[in-house]
Design a protein around this ligand. Sequence first.
Ligand code: NAD
Ligand code: TYD
Length: 353
Amino acid sequence: MTNKKILITGGAGFIGSHVVRLFIEKYPSYQIYNLDMLTYAGNLANNSDLNDKPNYHFIKGDINDSDFIDGIFNDFGFTDVIHLAAESHVDRSITDPLAFIKTNIIGTVNLLNASRKLWKTEPNHLFYHVSTDEVYGSLHNENEFFTETTSYDPQSPYSASKAASDHFVRAFHNTYKIPCVISNCSNNYGPNQFPEKLIPLFINNILTKKPLPVYGKGENVRDWLYVKDHAIAIDVIFHNGKLGETYNIGGFNEWHNIELIHLLCKVMDKKLNRKEGESAQLISYVTDRAGHDLRYAIDAQKVMNELGWKPSLQFEEGLEITVDWYLANAEWMQNITSGEYQKYYDEMYANRA
Ligand code: NAD
Ligand code: TYD
C-alpha cells in the first residue's frame, strides 16, 4: 500500500525522531503522523528540519488518554502504527514506577484497542511495537546471548513495564488477530539522546568539567547500536517482517561501562584539545544503581539472516560522529540542561556520592 497513513508515537524523542525522519525522507508517498506528548524527553527541536515536509504531521497528545486516542484514530484513519512513546529511563523507573506502568502498559493497550476498533479484521495493517532487550533480564555467563526465544525475566520497573507491553501486543495478536510485529533492541547511542542516559550525560559532564558518575565498579556490560542503524532495522522489519514475529536488534558490540567511558574521554580530549588523560580524571565511582543488570547482549542473527539487516558503523566511528554532533549542537544541549534538568540531576545524583 503506497498511501499509508502511519502513526509514529514518541517521534519527538531520541529514537522516534530518527525513525520519523527516515520514513518522511524515504517514503514521500506515506503520510507520517508524529504523536508525542512532549514530556521532559520530547523535544520538537529534534524534528524542526521536517516541519515543511508535506507528508509530516505533528499531533500533541497523551497515549494514556483513551478517548483522545480513539478520536485521532477515527479522525485520521491510520493504516499502521509504529509505537515508540514510552518512559524510557531505568533510574526514573526506580524513583517512580507508576509513571512507567501508566505510559508503557496502559498507553500501549490504548493504542492496541484503538487499532482493533478501527481495523477490525481488515488485512494490510501493522502494529509495530518497539521494545528493548532489557525484558530478557541480566546475563551472567559470557557465552550467553539474548535470542528471540529467551524467556522474559525483567529486573527493573522499566523493563517489567516494557515486558508487560510486549505481552499485551502478543495477546492482542492472538486474541483479536491484530497484525503485529515486535523488535527488542540493545542500547542506542547517537544524536538527540536526552542527557540522562550514559553517553550524552557523560559528554555534557566532560564538556563542563563535572564529575563522571560511574555506577558501582563500572563493570556492567551493554551492547551499543548507533541510533540510525536501529531506525533502518525498524524500516526493514516494518516492510518485510513476518506478522506475529519478534526480531532482536543489536550491534554485536559489547562494552564494559568503564572501558566505554575511557574511550569517550579519549575522543573528547582529542576533540577539545585537552591533554590525553585529562577528562578521565573526572571519573568518580558512585553508589550503584539498585538491582543493576550486569550484562545485556543481543544475538541479532534472525534479522540479519532473514531480512538482510546489519549494523553499518563500527562503535569507534559512531562514537566520534556522536561526539561531533553534540559539540556542533551546544545550543540543543544548553536548552535541555538549563531548566528542570538541573533539579533532576541534583536529586538523582545527590545520594550517590
Ligand atoms: P525517549 O525517552 O527519548 O523518548 C520517548 C518519547 O515518548 C518522548 O518524546 C516523550 O515525549 C514521548 N512520550 C512519553 N510519554 C508519552 C505519552 N504518555 N504520550 C505520548 N508521548 C509520550 O525514548 P527513546 O530512548 O527514544 O526510546 C524510544 C522507544 O524505544 C521506547 O519504547 C524504548 O523503550 C525503546 N528502546 C529504547 C532504547 C534506548 O537505548 N534508548 C533501546 C531499545 C528500545
Ligand atoms: P543507561 O544509559 O541509563 O541505559 P540502561 O540502564 O538502559 O542500559 O545506562 C547505561 C549503563 O551505564 C548502565 O549500566 C548504567 C550506567 N550508568 C552509569 O554508570 N552512570 C550514569 O550516570 C548513568 C546514567 C548510567
